[in-house]
Design a protein around this ligand. Structure first.
Ligand SMILES: Nc1ncnc2c1ncn2[C@@H]1O[C@H](COP(=O)(O)OP(=O)(O)O)[C@@H](O)[C@H]1O
Ligand SMILES: [Mg+2]
Length: 228
């Protein structure tokens, strides 16, 4: 599903974001990416959605070589990889419904299809009753669930979440992780970037530890090994 071969990312003039990363993530996996600040986690995430290009190496998503993807193909990639990033905020003056449908409208999805898919994703995240609310009328955990709903509208094969629980307390964190597990159970591959030890240890799924832009550990039923 995701394959990196000898991927390096150097930010000019000479900052190494990633160094010679080779890894495979299979369809349906739930993988946590951990590492201390500056380890390269966000760089990896940004490469997977072609927000950055690798300096060296090759990246494939679902057998598609996106290493030198043309910008007009990026929307196709984004339909395959749903993203939950901290800098992709909700639009404060739009309702939950509008926040979720916005991306669909922009990409020219027919209204009938939008009316069909939006209640489905709102149901998955448990917010069908709150579709007419504005973000400020929601808790932090609910807002993050809207972000996840928005990431699901194209029925992506992969959901990539960079610190989705970063601003949440432990109860809301648990809810978001349960939601990611539910989405994973539907067959979506999950790549979760996190520095939350409790989350990683409770998941008991694969953990890839990055350090200095390299894969320092990769365990099937991993534990959070870093000092806190
Ligand atoms: N846009 C950028 N320009 C220059 N250096 C960057 C940029 N983004 C990240 N870096 C550097 O690349 C390294 C990895 O950063 P990052 O991928 O953000 O790590 P993490 O998400 O694990 O904290 C760090 O040394 C960081 O300073
Ligand atoms: Mg980061």
């Amino acid at each position: 599903m995701i394959r990196l071969e000898g991927v390096s990312k150097i930010y000019p003039p000479d900052v190494h974001g990633l160094r010679d990363i080779t890894l495979d993530i299979d369809p349906g996996e739930f993988v946590s990416i951990v590492g201390q600040s500056g380890a390269g986690k966000t760089t990896l995430a940004r490469l997977l959605i072609a927000e950055e290009q690798p300096t060296r190496g090759k990246i494939e998503i679902g057998g598609w070589d996106i290493t030198r993807i043309r910008s007009r193909r990026i929307p196709d990639l984004r339909r395959q990889v749903g993203v939950v990033f901290q800098d992709f905020k909700l639009l404060p003056k739009k309702t939950v419904w509008e926040n979720v449908t916005f991306a669909l409208e922009v990409s020219g999805v027919p209204t009938r299809r939008i009316r069909d898919v939006t209640p489905q994703v709102l149901k998955i995240v448990g917010l069908e009753e709150k579709a007419e609310r504005f973000p400020y009328q929601l808790s932090g955990g609910e807002q993050q669930r809207v972000v996840i709903a928005r990431a699901l509208v194209h029925r992506p094969k992969i959901l990539l979440a960079d610190e989705p629980t970063g601003n949440l307390d432990s109860i809301n964190t648990r809810d978001i992780i349960d939601l990611l597990l539910k989405i994973n159970a539907f067959g979506t591959t999950i790549v979760l970037v996190t520095h939350n030890r409790e989350v990683v240890n409770a998941l008991r799924r694969r953990v890839i530890t990055l350090a200095n832009g390299q894969v320092a550990a990769d365990h099937k039923e991993g534990k959070y090994l870093l000092p806190t």
